[in-house]
Design a protein around this ligand. Structure first.
Ligand code: NAD
Length: 350
């Protein structure tokens, strides 16, 4: 028997960067952020079902490369992601990613997707989902400290999901702030470029830190933070890389995705290993309180967890069923006789 063309079951949908951008424009950025937040929330509500492990990290002086796997028993997923703060100086992204979903029953991949843009969307959707639980009532202003690749996504998610109407921008590089302000123009937010982080946090109910620097940074110092704010701390996400002064953490109630990973990578690596934290899934399912008073400082110590990527890939898989924005990839060998892999190779000899 010959085997020239792969069968449909061996073809894997691949969502390229171009397809992802077309999908986002087809759905609309804010609708997609809301859709992703719904999928993430649905998966956090069934937290116990998932295989969970801290991500597998390979560190170097320049950055980190990580694999983030999980499974709900029916579908398996993983993401490959890097974090290289110095990349932007060479014209490269700090964070790039791709991911895969597979059918647990057969082990066959069912989706391969770019995830650089999708990670920015899922991180922003998670931030806003959490801020909806924890931000002070009637918060309409967010400070956005760090105006790099994630910043517009973070701003738009807070608008779409939490009703934020004003963002106050600060970055040590004014060109990043100008870029962010320009990109947000006409998207329904009041945008204020600020000369200092102190200025950026004026009147902000939500403070997002999203900087990239591999050190124990002090983007927010203890004396900057008064009662009642919600801090969405995104950038501290690997050992030796944090953004908040420990004094802020000591005065705050801290909320995390998966403590086993956050204690290694998050802001709380600066605290005792048994410092109390609340898991977001517990708040979402009513098993733990979120914000309990208007004076409380809440911190979402975000590092990014595999289940969020799984949810994002699940969302994309469901969307491309409606809008065929993908290539079908011939990436699984598919001999007519499953045991005749070598025969298939022989028959393909030129
Ligand atoms: P980026 O390099 O595009 O942007 C980072 C910005 O921070 C730059 O514009 C830089 O000038 C600015 N910056 C550096 N030090 C600063 C300081 N002291 N004060 C103000 N601004 C400062 O990176 P990005 O893709 O936007 O990612 C930002 C961070 O978020 C990275 O550290 C990344 O690892 C992290 N991240 C976390 C998650 C998560 O799930 N928690 C997801 C994606 C990215």
């Amino acid at each position: 028997m010959t085997n020239s063309a792969p069968s449909d079951k061996a073809l894997v949908p691949f969502v390229s960067v171009d397809h992802m951008m077309r999908l986002i424009h087809h759905i609309g950025v804010e609708d997609m952020l809301r859709g992703l937040a719904d999928y993430i929330e649905a998966d956090f509500r069934r937290w116990q079902l998932f295989d969970k492990t801290p991500r597998v990290a390979s560190h170097s002086a320049e950055g980190v490369i990580e694999l983030m796997p999980t499974s709900d028993g029916e579908v398996y997923g993983f993401k490959y992601v890097n974090g290289h703060p110095k990349n932007t100086a060479d014209g490269l992204q700090t964070v790039t990613a791709f991911g895969l979903l597979a059918d647990v029953a057969s082990g066959y991949p069912v989706l391969l997707s770019e995830m650089t843009i999708l990670t920015a969307l899922r991180t922003a959707a998670t931030s806003a989902l959490v801020a909806r639980l924890l931000a002070p009532e009637n918060a309409t202003t967010m400070a956005m400290i760090g105006n790099g690749a994630q910043s517009e996504f973070q701003s738009l998610a807070m608008k779409a999901i939490c009703g934020i109407t004003e963002v106050r921008l600060f970055d040590t590089d004014p060109a990043a702030t100008q870029k962010c302000a320009r990109n947000l123009e006409g998207l329904g937010l009041k945008v204020v470029a600020c000369p200092s982080p102190e200025d950026a946090i004026l009147g902000a109910g939500i403070i997002t830190t999203c900087t990239a620097d591999k050190q124990y940074a002090r983007i927010l110092t203890d004396n900057m933070i008064g009662a009642g704010v919600h801090i969405n701390a995104i950038g501290g996400d690997c050992p030796g890389k944090t953004e908040l002064a420990p004094g802020i953490l000591e005065r705050s109630d801290i909320f995390v995705e998966y403590p086993e990973q956050t204690r290694i990578e998050g802001e709380i690596q600066q605290l005792a290993p048994d410092h109390p934290v609340t898991e977001i899934w517990q708040v979402l399912t009513g098993q733990a309180p979120g914000r309990t008073s208007q004076r409380q400082i809440t911190v979402f110590d975000s590092v990014g967890f595999a289940i969020e990527d799984f949810s994002a890939l699940r969302y994309v898989r469901d969307q491309i069923r409606k809008t065929p924005l993908c290539h079908m990839l011939d990436m699984l060998a598919d001999p007519d006789d499953p045991r005749d892999l070598f025969g298939m190779l022989q028959r393909a000899r030129p």
